[in-house]
Design a binder for this molecule. Structure first.
Ligand code: ZN
Length: 358
């Protein structure tokens, strides 16, 4: 990508010959870009396929009733070496109107790393009219009315559909968003694309999509706490928490009725499901892997063909390290995260960003 950097591969510990990698789609059911199971009994299957088969047992009954066979979240790492274009996303209603069958895009950012001086834009700092917006695109002054934030690791921004924004150079971000690829490019700083031509702008659609109001809370204020789950965003599309662990932490999932996506942004450790949870477990790292998880086999009649039932893997635990993502199915009843680094030892604590739908 025009703006992609070189941080994603070393962050994830993968070898690649590609350069300028802007995004890594960690967990995606977006058509043609589905995460694929790399090994285990479900090797070769993709996430969209698994949702069609396991339905509520995988994503939650309530979630499945709302979104059906479409896995509702798209999870990415984004490495911005230079500034992304100023953009906006439509909401569900506008997406349906202009792109039938597609969803809008509400998203959030967790800043994993930031170079000195790294910044981003989120929202308007003064309210403008749609006419002023057009004039400011034409005379290159749109950034003057955007709220501009210097960022540091751990910063969180929630971006409902309609909020004008841009990730700028030096930001390394974990993004949680609706499964959608609808972006209206507003302003590209007069740059040329890889083909030497200006990239297309979507000025008219953006004019309709933008929320022109000013809000006081573009940046999420939260108190990071050790060894506790700290909820940072909760909206109809996702509920996201941050965990900073230097000792084991168990999360009760019995009342959740949702999948849980676990992104590891620093350190390493183990993710284990409660032994009474006879469930499939997905580990996603660019490619999805689904190690067998149940020591005793799944006997729940609600889950016919559950991969737990033909599991021969006695260990219902998977390692996780920085840059990896684990998908925990809705039918799990509890999960324990165990950091490799314990108190008194040196190394990075285990930092996890978890997302579910409440
Ligand atoms: Zn965006």
């Amino acid at each position: 990508m025009v703006w992609g950097g070189e941080k994603i591969a070393p962050f994830k510990g993968v070898e690649t010959t590609q350069d300028h990698i802007g995004e890594s789609w960690e967990l995606s059911a977006y058509p043609t870009k589905e995460s694929v199971v790399a090994n285990g009994p479900l090797a070769g299957r993709n996430i969209a396929d698994l949702v069609r088969e396991y339905k509520g047992a995988l994503i939650g009954e309530k979630v499945y009733a709302n979104t059906g066979d479409e896995f509702p979240l798209l999870i990415k790492f984004i490495d911005a070496k230079s500034d992304l274009s100023i953009q906006v996303h439509p909401d569900d209603a506008m997406a349906e109107k202009h792109h039938p069958g597609q969803k809008g895009k509400t998203e959030m950012w967790y800043v994993v790393d930031a170079d000195p001086g790294a910044h981003l834009y989120s929202g308007l700092k003064e309210s403008i009219t749609p006419e002023e917006y057009e004039a400011r695109i034409a005379n290159d002054t749109i950034t003057e009315v955007l709220a501009d934030f210097q960022v540091k690791p751990g910063d969180v921004f929630f971006l409902p559909a309609g909020r004008i924004h841009a990730i700028c150079g030096g930001c390394f971000i974990a993004e949680i968003q609706q499964t959608s690829d609808l972006t209206y490019r507003i302003y590209d700083y007069g740059r040329l694309g890889l083909d030497g031509k200006p990239r297309q702008l979507h000025t008219e659609l953006a004019k309709e999509a933008i929320d022109y109001k000013v809000y006081p809370d573009y940046k999420t204020v939260y108190e990071p706490r050790k060894d506790e789950e700290v909820e940072v965003v909760s909206c109809q599309y996702f509920t996201t928490s941050v965990l900073n662990l230097d000792k084991p932490f168990t999360k009760d999932l019995s009342g959740l009725d949702s999948f849980l996506v676990v992104m590891c942004t620093s350190g390493s450790g183990t993710v284990s499901l409660a032994s009474e949870a006879p469930t499939p477990e997905g580990k996603v790292s660019g490619k999805l892997t689904l190690p067998g998880t149940s020591p005793s086999g799944c006997t729940d009649p609600a889950h016919p063909g559950c991969p737990g039932s033909d599991s021969t893997d006695p260990a219902h635990a998977v390692p996780i390290r920085q840059g990896e993502t684990v998908l925990i199915p809705a039918c799990a009843t509890a999960v324990t995260f165990t950091p490799d680094v314990m108190p008194g030892k040196t190394g990075h604590p285990l930092t996890l960003v978890t997302s579910c739908i409440k």
